[in-house]
Design a binder for this molecule. Structure first.
Ligand code: PGA
Length: 254
């Protein structure tokens, strides 16, 4: 049984005051929810204050990025250890915006994944194809490269806490969600790949989240798919009511 995860990626939104207000609303609205995991990823500057708000709640804190060194002469960067010091349990790694805007490579992403695990935090590794790649029938090759290189040299033991987020780039922030069949096809492919690279156990236990225009009105259908274990939510995570509804997706008992 894979426990579902709903994660909110706040990106470059919400000042410290706005972030603590939103976190307060989530703590109140979600109560002691325990049959699913909830993660929020505020900006760096809001992390500690948000941590103070959610500390005694089931909500976990995530950073949106990290640098793969512990400390030293790395101006402007933050390591998994420093993010842990601020209260983080998870780190989003390799988001498509970072791949596209900051030129992050699979090799660099792999170093971050490795360092995050070494520090005892949970990486949320993001992968996904562009529209061009999908239309050119390169989707499976792209996903396969991102997974193989992003997870290079990890052991089956290290995979125990790692989370994967499949986010088709064409669905991020566009209002165009992948259909639940399209998402399931990609998730099932990723799970088969994990089985090939590691073993049955890793493939069976790894949570694979879907991301890309997840909203209150499409979450239930997405979550009904066999290989979709949760969602990474951008825009809709900025509104307490929408995010709470997404967290409280209706489970279809099959
Ligand atoms: P979106 O973003 O929900 O606004 O499409 C998802 C993400 O980038 O993680």
């Amino acid at each position: 049984m894979r426990k579902p995860i709903i994660a909110g990626n706040w990106k470059l939104n919400k000042t410290i005051t706005e972030a603590t207000n939103l976190a307060t609303q989530l703590v109140e609205g979600l109560g002691s929810i325990s049959d699913r995991e909830v993660i929020i990823a505020p900006t760096y500057t809001a992390l500690r204050r948000v941590f103070d708000v959610i500390e005694d709640s089931p909500i976990q804190l995530s950073a949106q990025n990290c640098y793969p060194q512990t400390s030293g002469a790395f101006t402007g960067e933050l390591s998994p250890e420093f993010l842990q010091d601020a209260g983080c349990q998870c780190i989003i790694i390799g988001h498509s915006e970072r791949r596209q805007l900051m030129g992050e490579t699979d090799l660099f992403i792999n170093q971050k994944v490795y360092k995050t695990l070494q520090a005892g935090l949970k990486p949320i590794l993001c992968i996904g194809e562009t529209l061009h790649e999908r239309e050119n029938k390169q989707m499976f090759d792209v996903l396969s490269k991102q997974i193989k290189e992003g997870l290079a040299d990890l052991t089956a033991e290290q995979m125990a806490t790692l989370i994967i987020a499949y986010e088709p780039v064409w669905a991020i922030g566009t209002g165009k969600t992948a259909s639940s069949d399209q998402a399931e096809e990609a998730h099932a492919f990723i799970r088969r790949l994990l089985k090939e690279m590691f073993n049955n156990e890793v493939a069976g236990q790894t949570r694979i989240l879907y991301g890309g225009s997840v909203k209150p009105d499409n979450i239930d259908e997405l979550m009904a798919q066999k290989d979709i274990d949760g969602a990474l939510v951008g825009g809709a995570s900025l509104n307490a009511e929408d995010f709470i509804r997404i967290v409280k997706f209706k489970k279809q008992i099959s």
